[in-house]
Design a protein around this ligand. Structure first.
Ligand SMILES: O=C(/C=C/c1ccc(O)c(O)c1)N[C@@H](Cc1ccc(O)cc1)C(=O)NCCCOc1c(-c2ccc(O)c(O)c2)oc2cc(O)cc(O)c2c1=O
Ligand SMILES: [Ca+2]
Length: 478
């Protein structure tokens, strides 16, 4: 019997990677709330070790469970959760409890804690040698025991089968629930035993009713299990007691839009492709790790405008399709794997500036502020609880489908024009295409689409157009 998890509105969440708490609060009030985004995944809130040059992955080396990072203080975090909840945007915390740090001489944390890492001593928790697995390297992904009980990239591996360790983790997770958070992203879940995770989650409180959650609602827990297939550990070991990140989603869709797969095959996209059950899956195109380690996966890194276009097409498809809970990556520009987030000369994070055209500056990409992205989040809201209907394709990479009688999308992945009269199943009327523009002051700033008395419309996406997508829905009707 699955817990009633509190599932975010299927209108999508955005990962505001490395944003400061105060800035997230503003973004909730000024943009995400008004645009209908379901939630925000924030970077780890627990104190991490300070590493020279401040690589982004220093935040994945905890030194204590104090809420003290470069994103802000405990007070700033609490205030951000309150403001985002009030704006109708839920907060999901990236929690790191598989491990602590690697070996660092004179280790110092972002909250001032010290640790004797060579001797597994973390007074800030406190943890000592007894709380860790004996040091061994993870070196065999065909051996489930090795992957769970040894050190991931040299990071000291906690033993979650120990009552004392469970107690420290559960206390950390419950304090987060107390301030109104809606759930967690569990980092490196693949490296922890499912039965230990099940016990830990069962001890976490229900969501705090003071933040208008349904009474008895359970935290929405989504677990990072990097499973492309072929390893001893499977994503299906984790989805009976929580949601799981579906890593195959981004790969398959990127392949299709990179021409290695044909879009026509996506007519049965979902479990039939070996993906997790829809209600257990968190889906995304790229994430903070794949952006850096997997060049074949689409990212904002638009060395060519073309790349940016097909990322948008992939995100548009993800948001138009009902499968899974969609997460959008919002990044900072980087030119090397380890690159630090935008920071000043003394290591303080520099927040994005918001330009008059709603885009971001200061080295932040803000994919969630791209018109094609936020408009497709609104499409997802308008199409909530409907299925994929009226699938059409041209046998290659031109596809179209409806979502009940609430929405209709067409995608041109071929190198030639898309010109078709198609049944949209929408009410007759004039609709604004939300990819090429907005519905503003009762005018379409982009294309208009006329749906006739029979629900049919002429759909045109020329090969040389900037966006290979056309999308209309019941909220974009004049
Ligand atoms: O590349 C990285 C960091 C990557 C990373 C960080 C957080 C994540 O959630 C993640 O998915 C990846 N870290 C760099 C640099 C590094 C960091 C620490 C260290 O002790 C040594 C090196 C790196 O080259 N790491 C080795 C390859 C990536 O191996 C890591 C993985 C990982 C990658 C692929 C998998 O299939 C998998 O199951 C786990 O997860 C982490 C989780 C962490 O919480 C902290 C980590 O350091 C890591 C992590 O090093
Ligand atoms: Ca482990």
């Amino acid at each position: 019997q699955k817990d009633l998890h509190y599932v975010p509105g299927h209108n999508g969440m955005v990962h505001l990677f490395e944003w400061k708490w105060g800035k997230i609060a503003e973004e909730c009030e000024n943009f995400l709330g008004p645009m209908g985004f379901g939630g925000v995944q924030v970077s780890p809130i627990q104190e991490n070790v300070i590493i020279k040059n401040r690589p982004w992955w220093e935040r994945y080396q905890p030194i204590s469970y104090k809420w003290a990072t470069r994103s802000g203080t405990a007070k700033e975090f609490k205030d951000m959760v309150r403001r985002c909840n009030n704006a109708g945007v839920r907060i999901y915390v990236d929690v790191v409890f598989n491990h602590m740090t690697g070996n660092h001489k004179n280790a110092k944390g972002t909250g001032g804690s010290t640790a004797d890492t060579q001797n597994f001593n973390y007074p800030g928790v406190p943890y000592s040698g007894f709380d860790f697995h004996v040091s061994c390297p993870i070196n065999n992904y065909q051996d489930a025991g090795n992957v769970r009980n040894c050190e991931l990239s040299g990071l000291h591996d906690l033993d979650q089968s120990k009552e004392y360790v469970r107690e420290k983790i559960v206390n950390f997770l419950n304090k987060i629930i107390d301030v109104g958070v809606a759930g967690y992203r569990v980092d490196a879940a693949k490296h922890m035993w499912p039965e230990d995770l099940k016990v830990i989650y069962s001890r976490v409180k229900n969501l705090n009713p003071e933040h208008n959650f349904p009474s008895g609602a359970r935290p929405y827990v989504f677990q990072e299990v990097i499973d492309y297939g072929g390893e001893a550990i499977s994503k299906y070991e984790y989805n009976s007691f929580g949601a799981v990140t579906e890593f195959r989603y981004g790969i398959e869709l990127s392949n299709a839009l990179n021409g290695k797969n044909q879009l026509k095959w996506f007519s049965n996209w979902g479990e039939a492709w070996g993906l997790l059950p829809s209600q257990d899956a968190v889906v995304f195109i790229d994430n903070h790790d794949t952006q850096r380690g997997h060049p074949e996966i689409l990212t904002y890194k638009s060395s060519k405008k073309y790349k940016a276009m097909i990322l948008q097409m992939a995100v548009a498809f993800m948001l138009a399709h009902p499968y899974g809970t969609a997460r959008i990556m919002s990044s900072f520009a980087f030119d090397s794997f380890d690159a630090n987030p935008p920071q000043d000369s003394i290591g303080n994070l520099i927040s994005p500036t918001i330009n008059s055209d709603k885009t971001c500056g200061n080295g932040w990409i803000c994919e969630h502020r791209w018109r094609q992205v936020y408009n497709m989040v609104r499409f997802r809201i308008a199409a909530n609880n409907t299925d994929v209907n009226n699938w059409w394709d041209n046998g290659q990479n031109q596809i179209a489908f409806s979502r009940g009688n609430a929405g209709f999308i067409a995608i041109n992945g071929d190198g030639h024009d898309f010109k078709q009269h198609l049944y949209t199943s929408l009410q007759p009327g004039i609709y604004c295409d939300v990819i090429s523009g907005n519905l503003e002051n009762n005018v379409c700033t982009g294309k208009t689409v006329t749906v006739d008395q029979n629900g049919k419309a002429y759909i045109e996406i020329l090969a040389n157009e900037e966006d290979g997508v056309l999308a209309i829905h019941r909220q974009s009707k004049l």
